[in-house]
Design a protein. Sequence first.
Length: 1006
Amino acid sequence: MLTSKRQALGSKSGNSRFNLLLLEDGEFFLDDFSVFKYPDPVFQCLTFESCVQRKVQGRLKLCTRSIMFEPQDLMQPILKFPFRDMAVSPGAEMFDEETGDLYLSFDCNVVVEMKERNVDHPYVQRVLANSSLYSTKVIFSFMHSKIPDFLEAIAPLWSLAHKKNVLNKIDEEIFLAPVLESRHTDVFDPSLLVDFRERPLLSKGKIVDRIVPLLKFPGTLMLTNLRVYFQPAQINNIGDPVLNFEYTKIISLHKRRHMLKQCGLEVLLEDKQSYFFSFQTMRDRDEIYSTMLKQPSLNQKLQTNCTQEMLRKWQCREISNFDYLAFLNDQAGRTTNDLTQYPVFPWVIADYASSELDLTNPTTFRDLAKPVGALNPDRLAYFQQRFQNMPSGMEAEGLPPPFLYGTHYSTPGYVLFYLVRMAPEYMLCLQNGKFDAPDRLFRSIAATYQSCLSNHADLKELIPAFYDTDNPHLTEWLQNAKNLDLGTTQKLSRVGDVELPPWAESPHEFIERNRDALESEYVSEHLHEWIDLIFGYKQQGAEALAANNLFYYLSYEGAVNLETITDPVERCSFEAQIQEFGQTPKLLFQSPHPSRSQLEMDVTLAPADPVPPLPIVVAAPPPPSAVEVPVRAASTSDPPPPQSRTSSWGFKRPTLVGLTGGLTKNVSGLKASIRRRMERSSWGWAFDATSSTGLWEESLPHYVHSKCITSCLLSKDAKSVFTTSDDGTFKVSSTDDGVVRRSYNSTDAIGCLDLSPDDKYAFFGSADACLFMYALETGRVGKLSPAHSAAVSGVCVLDESKFISSSLDGTLKVWQYGPIGMLSSPLFVYEDCDAPLTCLDVNSEGSIAIAGSEKGSIFVFDLRTNELVSKVKVGDAKITTVRFGMTGANFVCTTADNEMVVYAVSGTSTCKIQIPKGEVVGCMVSDGEFALTGSQDGGAYIWQLNDTESKTQLKQCTVSIPHSRKSAMSALNVSGNGQIIITGSVDGSVRVWSMKKKTARSRLGF
């Protein structure tokens, strides 16, 4: 029960009202200080001496999002001052020139009041700005600490609250890292050892979080030969300095999952205390688990009841139904330390109207063979019709697999729904300082059961408290003993104690009669049917659908692996889903569970190890006769990818594996239908040497990256800019205002980018040899790691099902993709290049590829025959860019020697321009008639390429884009009609130039 967890929430002072549940989700407590609070002398029209006489003593709590003040007087509320409501950072102010004392002073527009008179009532938010009753100015003096030290600590926290690019908790923790990392290390203090003869078993501690409901306590875990130690970090540290317990006190040890990751470990002691630790990685958890099992003193008392043994005891009536369900919950990872995985028990009684409860009458009981959602036939018909109308097989398009129930039977909200009277502070924490509306609160047993039968959004089962007659807090959750103000319903009924059914005269009798029903003969003979639904073979898949027991895919173990998700927005959305909608228990049985009276125990147990993360789709290679491999093209003979290579496409389910057959085609070369994203066409420019430089309207720079931009593209509708950067991010931003709409973080620099023909997918490669496929509508990401043996230097989409990549390892690879992701093995590998490849382009038909190298050569490949057509030697300098013209008959390249050369595909040079040294080229694009270059001096220049006066010339540009020399240019592109130019710079900024409409009409004939 939650009552046993409260000791972890208070502070070192037993009289303190402050606890971590008063913080926002994602907020951390750092330090507290002894202070006095003063009224505002100006607002109160008082002398400061008078204010001193009215000072209030208390504790100031420094948190990562706010300052909190806990008055010593219990009658006064705790005050919370959010940093986001302080327009100016707190500072020091002198109010008495005679003493020269400094006071902490700040203005805050909003204050939140909590726990007045030490009562858990809904939080009161007061708007101080423009109020005639309250002052926005807040003044404190410190009793023992120095104000300059406090201001130094608070400055980065205030600044973080006012950063516009902090969009989620993960972004926030990145910015907080300098503050938090120094407070949370793996260094264990040996002076904390209880016995000087103890010997540490680890060279250094393991960084962990101790998990309790709705909270986590960071710290360091250390094992010795005698004890387990948890040393709290200086974050959320309001309890004892260290927790320790002997191995001899441990009676059970379980691996757990936490937030869909296999990184948890739970320890149960003799005194029924349990401790749940979440590790940074599964490897750290497994290392601690195995080390603990090796300790002789642990194995002496460790309970090793296996599932089959407990099943035998249950069938032999050696343990009760309650104890067997408690055991199954424990084996399935359910724990009272984690509200997302709280133990789940069934509704067993269906009669809440009779004055007497007849446990011999079958109609008294709920049908345990059906989930709650299927108990009402009319409501089930609605769910089934909705299921039939759901699109199927569109996971990669952002749509989840079809499901019957979008809500779950066990969620944190449901647990606290039942326990609000016993643990109101948890409900206030979960609901942002409010109780639920009175009509939605837990008011009546009968009304709650009726809601579970009729409400489309209510499928909740029960918690152990309904049946636990041994709990010391037996009836606390049914009675409003704390006189909480839970409000009044629309029928003007005051919410107080829970209304019991007629057959129970007291809360104590209600629980006892529930327990009697659970242990009744009817339930004993049918309980196995409910076990099949919750812990068994009807939990998921085809059997779940047949049993009308199919829930939203994210509730199942193995549906998504958070460790593979690096996009902070996507990860936060998954975590929110878990926190709000709960998780299905771990699968325990893969065949029907035997009934209690069944003598045989023919049951198939699920594997003890957790379900592995789902791999990316791997298609079998086509038979040798299906693909003609020319002598010059290397056949893909690599071994299958390792099973640890996974994709973070969260929608992928095992049933989708069959779709891979549609991805593998019987092809010779690449003769599939070609449909490029944007057919190359002439930009329609008609510039000459006398053209005005005022042809373009520029936008303000939009700083979307923190480092050099490496590539940029424009959407077909010209409303979005796609960029990659050395900062390891891919971003989609608005052309108009630069607002970032989508973002993905890689572990290394991203250097190349292309889009699918329909603008639905972005493909990019990174310096750590990985390829990524990003679904622009959903934010889902597929990853091939590694795709090459060196950095990826180029990526080009060929059509709606294939793309090609180049690498510094000297290879080109053709890959296949589809709505469910990328194939893990390339269709073809070209290994003819004798130097690292630095750049790549493909003609508009997707039939010819050109790749530039570090040694000054350009390789031309025919993708239809898989042959190296020619090798063009430009010079000795590195090829920096290559671009096909609109017809594909010629291409343009630039070199590190600042040359720009035009070649026919046959390898014949048609034009060569020596660009002036002051205009060192950093990037280039071309339509075959003109080339647009960006230089390291920040300039953007347009060059005419069809000038036949001289094949080689030192030439001035045709037009220079005005006002472009602000930062070295590193990437650029042009819209298909030539009217928009986008540029990226080394400072991470994006700029947009638009052709003036008057110019377009009069000079260019668009």
